[in-house]
Design a binder for this molecule. Structure first.
Ligand SMILES: NC(=O)c1ccc[n+]([C@@H]2O[C@H](COP(=O)([O-])OP(=O)(O)OC[C@H]3O[C@@H](n4cnc5c(N)ncnc54)[C@H](O)[C@@H]3O)[C@@H](O)[C@H]2O)c1
Length: 260
């Protein structure tokens, strides 16, 4: 079996301040990857970079602020990575935003914001960073969702953005194959992060919903950020060197049930 060969590589993780992005960053740091952690939340991003650097002596974790919704600032990110490391081997398009709204109540600005963060952001950032990938290739991992292929009430805009991210994944995988850049996606199910807490906070019966959701999982639990991080680190590593253009469902078996 091929070694992971991640040591010394350079990665950029969007939405790295917390949740799944933070867990991916930590998973990479544990493999001696140099990490640029991008987020729109400056305070949380700086704190996470500091904590990871302190917890893992000898690691290189840097924070760069960028709001993916803004539609600009991507050249600044490229210059930051180029100045710090000279190149980029691994890109994790993880940052995302979910707004739960019935279709008829979803406004144009909500639709545009979700698309800007979840789909246009990865498109523009990937385009800006591609010149930094070395001649012998690299890997891109996009964090989509089970919403990309399954319907849930109140999720039209989010689901469309995540389905678009899968299309971006497949098409980029084809276009970038001759540059040896592999592009894959992960589709998480229910993962205990702030995104999940915020969803529960809008409900009148959060405990009941949390328990009902847990029980839907054949593996008997909701996911944790580290479950997604482990899959992301694997897809970025040389152990996955023959995998490109695919999407990996990581949901504890949630979506294999015929009825729920
Ligand atoms: N938590 C889940 O159940 C779940 C399920 C499926 C998919 N996902 C996807 O996983 C990814 C990470 O989700 P999470 O649960 O860790 O969310 P989270 O809300 O805990 O963290 C998201 C991070 O992204 C950052 N971010 C948000 N908008 C940004 C922007 N415009 N520019 C830069 N950074 C921005 C936030 O500041 C935050 O640090 C998202 O793409 C989400 O859609 C999550």
């Amino acid at each position: 079996m091929k070694a992971e060969k991640l040591r010394g590589r350079v990665a950029l993780v969007t939405g790295g301040a917390r949740g799944i992005g933070r867990a991916i960053s930590e998973g990479l740091v544990r493999k001696d990857v140099r990490v640029c952690l991008l987020d729109c939340d400056q305070q949380a991003g700086e704190a996470t970079a500091r904590e990871l650097s302190t917890d893992h002596v000898g690691s290189t974790v840097q924070f760069i602020r960028c709001d993916l919704a803004a539609g600009d600032g991507f050249e600044t990110v490229r210059e930051f990575v180029a100045r710090a490391h000279g190149h980029l081997d691994l890109l994790f398009n993880n940052a995302g935003l979910e707004i739960e709204k019935p279709f008829e109540l979803t406004t144009l600005s909500e639709w545009d914001r979700i698309m800007a963060v979840n789909l246009r952001g990865p498109f523009l950032l990937t385009q800006a960073l591609l010149p930094l990938f070395p001649a012998d290739g690299g890997a891109i991992v996009n964090i989509s969702s089970i919403h990309a292929s399954r319907a849930f009430p109140g999720s039209v805009a989010y689901a469309c953005s995540k389905a678009g991210l899968l299309a971006l994944t497949r098409n980029l995988a084809l276009e970038l194959a001759d540059r040896r850049i592999r592009v894959n996606a992960i589709c998480p199910g229910y993962i205990d992060t702030r995104m999940w807490d915020e969803y529960l906070s809008h409900l009148t019966n959060p405990d009941e919903v949390a328990e009902r959701t847990r029980a839907l999982h054949p593996l008997g639990r909701r996911g944790v950020a580290e479950d997604i991080a482990a899959a992301a680190v694997y897809l970025a590593s040389d152990a996955a060197s023959f995998i490109t253009g695919t999407d990996l469902i990581v949901d504890g078996g949630l979506t294999i049930r015929a009825h729920s």
